[in-house]
Design a protein around this ligand. Structure first.
Ligand code: SF4
Length: 322
């Protein structure tokens, strides 16, 4: 995805074309670029691999049945990360898993068991297809032993089947609903992630999801933002202003609230022998945001020289520079 981001080229008479977001220290206008200092590694995200059994229209990581740019992480590699958290006393409380589809990873269940055994809160983002349903019994055993420490979050883009299918394909609706009903009946801790990309306001989306949950016997409260999370659409092609150090004051925004102040995402780039710790979940491929191969090495300041930093994290629709 990052390769496809369209950046604004600005040409002047005195030299070659220059580009916004290129220099990690300065913006195109020569102002000091904003950076985020690490606070505490509250959440470690682990990418399980970019392969997925669906090909969604707007998948931010471009997951598909053929995209293996991020390869499967192994149980042994995850154990190494958990050891590092302990040895370095990083204070991490939550391990989040995202893909691709995490349950395609052959080590997924032993990985979950390991994280839960070591006392972490675990969150798994899944599409709820048959790969998840196949593991029902094992997940129920984990849920029985660890209760709400294990949470699954199912992606259901819209409360109407036809609209959801526009994004995820026609065969994606029924298994997702079946998964939600199963989790509801089995007493598993879970939530739904939808999208606000349909020209529909949040109140109407929550009302629609509320109707769906009632009809399908899904025991979630659509008005609770922790039970139904609505994500805005990510359009990486939009031109956005750069973020300078003065933006924090102008926007009254705290850098410590940015995701990269309290989390990292570990990925395994295809062909690499070692893991890569990326600054955040939004930038899995961009080598400028590869912070190193260990958590300790990655725990340093992040320069915000990507359009995503502006659009999705700092500005939130506002503006503080040209
Ligand atoms: S997109 Fe940029 S600002 Fe947002 S979390 Fe990632 S590195 Fe930080």
């Amino acid at each position: 995805m990052d390769d496809k981001v369209v950046l604004k080229n600005i040409t002047d008479d005195s030299g070659p074309p220059r580009t916004k977001f290129a220099n990690p220290e300065f913006t195109l206008t020569g102002e000091l670029r904003a950076a985020v200092d690490p606070r505490r590694l509250d959440t470690l995200w682990i990418n399980t691999g970019s392969l997925c059994n669906l090909t969604c229209e707007n998948c931010y990581i471009e997951s598909s049945p053929t995209n293996d740019r991020l390869t499967y992480i192994t149980l042994q590699e995850v154990e190494g990360l958990l050891d590092e958290i302990e040895q370095e006393q990083l204070g991490t409380s939550e391990i989040g898993f995202t893909g691709g589809e995490p349950f395609l990873n052959p080590d997924m269940l032993p990985i979950l068991q390991q994280c839960l055994n070591r006392g972490f809160q675990v969150l798994v983002l899944t599409n709820g297809m048959n790969t998840l349903l196949r593991e029902r019994e094992k997940i129920e055993v984990l849920a029985k032993e660890f209760g709400a420490a294990l949470k699954l979050r199912i992606s259901l883009d819209h409360y109407e089947e036809a609209t959801h299918a526009l994004e995820r394909g026609k065969r994606s609706w029924k298994p997702a609903i079946k998964s939600l009903r199963w989790m509801s009946e089995a007493g598993i801790s879970y939530a739904v992630a939808g999208r606000t990309m349909w020209d529909e306001d949040e109140a109407s989306m929550r009302e629609g999801f509320g109707r769906l949950f009632a009809e399908e016997g899904i025991d979630l409260n659509a008005d609770d933002p922790e039970q139904l999370i609505l994500f805005p659409e990510m359009d990486g092609s939009l031109d956005v202003p750069e973020i300078t150090t003065s933006c924090w004051t102008i926007l009254d925004t705290n850098p410590a609230d940015m995701m990269c102040a309290s989390s990292r995402m570990v990925v395994k780039h295809k062909g690499d022998t070692q893991l890569s710790v990326q600054a955040c979940t939004l930038l899995p491929y961009d080598q400028r945001f590869n912070m190193g191969s260990t958590l300790k090495e990655s725990w340093r300041s992040v320069k915000l020289n990507h359009p995503h930093c502006a659009k999705f994290c700092v500005l939130g629709g506002g503006s503080c520079s040209a």
